[in-house]
Design a protein around this ligand. Structure first.
Ligand code: AMP
Length: 171
């Protein structure tokens, strides 16, 4: 199965110069979604995974079915102000300005091995901040995995300390 068939390029969204990778055709195709979940599971087969964590909001769309498939719990990582319990926050740099992600401070148990999921790897800032959060609350990073990697950006280098996988790389 070629996942490219289920991604739609939308030029100049959300701003001029960005080619947005629209995953809605993939979400609309059960066989393609199942393919993603099974391939993510294969990438970590043989590793202990205690938790799947994913990043708001498109990461949830892959992280939750993957957690169910692996038979482990799911941990949401969200934009600031969304999580109701006690949180930890990690800021990260954008091209202009900063952004942040948050996690519940009891979202993983100390020493648990966490697989992090997002839909797309661009600069890597969001995932790197998410890895920092997991480590802050005592988790260990088993791997980071994405549906799509933009190979012309240095995201993979930013995640160098961690095993990093992508189902599809575009250049
Ligand atoms: P980054 O922190 O630069 O790796 O950006 C990753 C986050 O931004 C992911 O959550 C993606 O969903 C989103 N993102 C960045 N660039 C794109 C793009 N070209 N198409 C779709 N989503 C994107």
């Amino acid at each position: 199965m070629d996942l490219n068939d289920f991604l739609r390029d939308v030029p100049d969204f959300p701003k001029p110069g960005i080619v947005f990778k629209d995953i809605t055709p993939l979400l609309a195709t059960p066989a393609a979604m199942l393919h993603c979940v099974e391939r993510f599971a294969e990438l970590v087969s043989g590793q202990t995974i205690d938790r799947v964590a994913a990043i708001e909001s498109r990461g949830f769309l892959f992280g939750v079915p993957l957690a169910l498939h692996l038979g482990v719990g799911f941990t949401p990582i969200r934009k600031p102000g969304k999580l109701p319990w006690k949180t930890r926050r990690q800021d990260y740099a954008l091209e202009y300005g900063t952004d942040a992600v948050e996690i519940h401070e009891d979202a993983v148990e100390p020493g648990q091995s966490v697989l992090l999921i997002d839909d797309l790897l661009a600069t890597g800032g969001t995932m790197r901040a998410s890895c920092d959060l997991i480590e802050q609350i005592g988790g260990k990073i088993a791997a980071c995995a994405f549906v799509v990697e933009l190979g012309f950006l240095p995201g993979r280098a930013k995640l160098a300390p961690y095993p990093t996988h992508a189902l599809l790389r575009v250049d």
